[in-house]
Design a protein around this ligand. Sequence first.
Ligand SMILES: C[S@@+](CC[C@H](N)C(=O)[O-])C[C@H]1O[C@@H](n2cnc3c(N)ncnc32)[C@H](O)[C@@H]1O
Length: 479
Amino acid sequence: MTSKPSSRSASSSARTRESRLSALHLSPESLGFVLDCAAQAVGAVRLGAALPAALQSVFVAVPEGNAAAARGAVQDVAYRTMRRLATAEWLIARLVKKAPAPHVAHVLACALALLVEDETNAAYTPFTVVDQAVKAIGARREFAFAKGLVNAVLRNFLRERDVLLAAVQADEVARWNYPGWWIDAVKRAWPEAWQSVLAAGNTQGPLTLRVNARHSTVDAYLQVLQRQQIAASKAGEHAVTLATPMPVERIPGFGEGVVSVQDAGAQLAAQLLGVRDGMRVLDACAAPGGKTGHLLELANIQLVALESDASRARRIGENLRRLKLDAEVRIGDAGNPAQWHDDLDQPFDRILADVPCSASGIVRRHPDIRWLRRQSDIAALVAEQRRILDALWPLVKPGGELLYVTCSIFPEEGELQAQWFGDQHQDAVRLDAPGQLLPSVVRAPADPSAGSHAGQPAELSAGTNSDHDGFFYARFQKR
Ligand SMILES: C[S@@+](CC[C@H](N)C(=O)[O-])C[C@H]1O[C@@H](n2cnc3c(N)ncnc32)[C@H](O)[C@@H]1O
């Protein structure tokens, strides 16, 4: 049965449509259009929406003919703004006496995020940014009164740029572009490395591929890339990082399943599980299926891919179809095996517990996360992880292994959780694993002596560049 929209929601969606249409006389090729759309997405994030979902609803306003280029530009400006949001908001507070209307503030934030970039990274000239921000505001009847304000704020910023940016340095939130609680948590956890961790989260991650071991090797694939004059380097046992990102349709072999997009740090999961032909394996929190695919590439295993979110679970199938691999996808709560695992089911040789977490290790690819998380989320996530780990452990065969994984840099979702698990389960023997892998953009040879010491951040594998997101890995064997 379809429900009739209430008159209130109908009138609010009409208002939304009207407000979108009112901006349509901006050319979709113009930066003004891009700023208008990006500002709407930033506004939605500020109200609690995830950026990818916010962008999808904004993209409704992008005319079909211009879709790819305009969407790419909107996405780029919105992502840049997420990485500069606190700087931009600090500047707005400094340069404007009375807080502007939210949409005006968000257009200003997007424009300032572009203007604060140093020249080498700047995507547009300062003149274009100011001119187009004024046009973006002028294009909406309801905000056109603020054209003068937007012009004045941006010009004042350009005039006093150096002084203002020096003043930004004195405010930690404005300087680092993370909430204060997040900065404090990183300082507490990593007193020696907190600045490099925060800085890494403000970069744009590289495009790293996983070479499908059923089809090729890293060395052979690097030769394929070289023949097509695509610069790339080895980044792990199955990992290749492209020097310059490109759309997946243009990546050699992507459509045929020869490679998949996956961060080098994430690729350790399947390797650490040490799967062999014939093993029965559970991927307990599987969507969208990145690690599921990797596990199936490494051996002929019997794999159950479990996911609690039915719509996300569909993506596991989509990913596996491209790789021409197969798993038994089940929908259910990993913390309640009675839902999806009956007594006749065999226990598992290996369980991958890539549990829900703060995602604080992958903020460079998801820069909105820092603005969406609350400090109180961490304790709730820790409790949820414990519930899932406790429920999964009885499903591991004696002699079998469970791998606890998070894409977090907070010890509560890392070493402290692993220690708690070891204390709770006397039949769990902790095996060698990297422990905390901090996000790194340093392209230096890894130190082979680093790794596996509890509580100490580890490096990725030796002999590769070390550009990767942040992860935590702990491995337990059942006695
Ligand atoms: C970190 S992501 C997994 C990423 C995945 N392993 C990959 O490599 O593509 C965590 C996943 O766990 C799912 N999830 C959250 N709570 C769950 C639960 N109680 N049981 C099963 N899955 C859960 C989330 O919907 C999300 O898709």
